[in-house]
Design a protein around this ligand. Structure first.
Ligand code: ADP
Ligand code: MG
Length: 267
């Protein structure tokens, strides 16, 4: 190989590295073997998420959203297809993918807010010293507006505050992808609305890569830059939308609704 062609190759290598998606789901099929049957949760699902993107999976209950998220988390092994994070195949759970759930009881009740946020920073070895871990945890707790509650225990907090702690705990880990499974679904409408705003504000500040699951069209349009709509039994990609296009939010909501409810095929 002469010097010119090797230089070109080097440039291409560099470019392809930059083009590696943060998350790549390729022809993913997920199945559950139960006593009665083999349940196909999702079938042949493929998508990519770019670094710093707010990506939403939208679909009705039972379409396999949680299964998909859990497989990205490394908790479910694909029946077919594969999942890559920054080009590396997912083989199990890891600190590069952190999950926030819907439930309010995802915190350890015997640890304070600070203890909960600092815990994975220490156990994963992200920080070697407790002092450093706690400093980083406190800074993240302040970002979600809970600095006054750092020494409080989870049972003294409201549902919204507990979810904020769960978000702080996840963000403190600085994951490659933040995975959220209907994290605001159990909150009252007003708290839910303010949590959505807060999540967007945090994203503006920290620019993390987000994979968010919801069955609410409104929430999907509000939070996502890109939305994938899944059909149920088994979950397949039905359509894809971009919310940063000229289309207004209300218009997009109506379009998704009409796809779901007025189209004879249903979903
Ligand atoms: P969603 O989060 O969209 O409501 P899920 O991923 O929870 O959907 O479920 C998708 C399908 O897989 C459903 O039919 C559900 O009953 C089935 N399923 C989910 N988890 C299990 C499991 N552990 N064992 C057997 N079937 C399951
Ligand atoms: Mg679910």
């Amino acid at each position: 190989m002469n010097a010119v062609s090797s230089t070109i190759l080097a440039v291409h290598d560099h470019e392809s590295e930059a083009a590696v998606p943060q998350l790549s789901v390729e022809n993913l099929t997920l199945r559950y073997q139960t006593h009665a049957a083999l349940v196909t949760a999702t079938e042949n699902v493929s998508f990519q998420v770019a670094r710093g993107e707010r990506f939403v999976l939208l679909g009705p209950s039972g379409c396999g959203k949680s299964s998909l998220l859990k497989s990205v988390g490394g908790f479910i092994t694909p029946s077919a297809g594969r999942i890559l994070v920054k080009g590396r195949e997912v083989k199990g759970p890891g600190p590069d993918r952190v999950m926030v759930f819907q439930e309010f009881d995802q915190l350890m009740p015997w640890k304070t807010v600070l203890g909960n946020v600092a815990f994975p920073l220490l156990t994963t070895g992200k920080f070697k010293s407790r002092k450093q871990a706690e400093e980083h945890a406190l800074a993240t707790i302040a970002k979600v507006g809970l600095e006054k509650f750092a020494q409080s225990y989870p049972h003294t907090l409201s549902g919204g505050m507990k979810q904020r702690v769960a978000i702080a705990r996840a963000l403190a880990m600085e994951p490659e992808v933040l995975l959220m499974d209907e994290p605001f679904a159990a909150l009252d409408a007003l708290t839910r609305r303010s949590m959505q705003q807060e999540l967007l504000k945090l994203w503006e500040e920290l620019n993390f890569t987000l994979m968010f699951v919801t069955h609410s069209i409104e929430e999907a349009v509000r939070l996502g830059q890109r939305i994938i709509l899944l059909s149920p039994h088994p979950g397949r990609i039905r359509d894809e939308f971009r919310t940063d296009a000229a289309e207004e939010a209300k218009h997009l909501e109506q379009r998704i609704e009409s796809l779901l409810f007025t189209d004879g095929a249903g979903i």
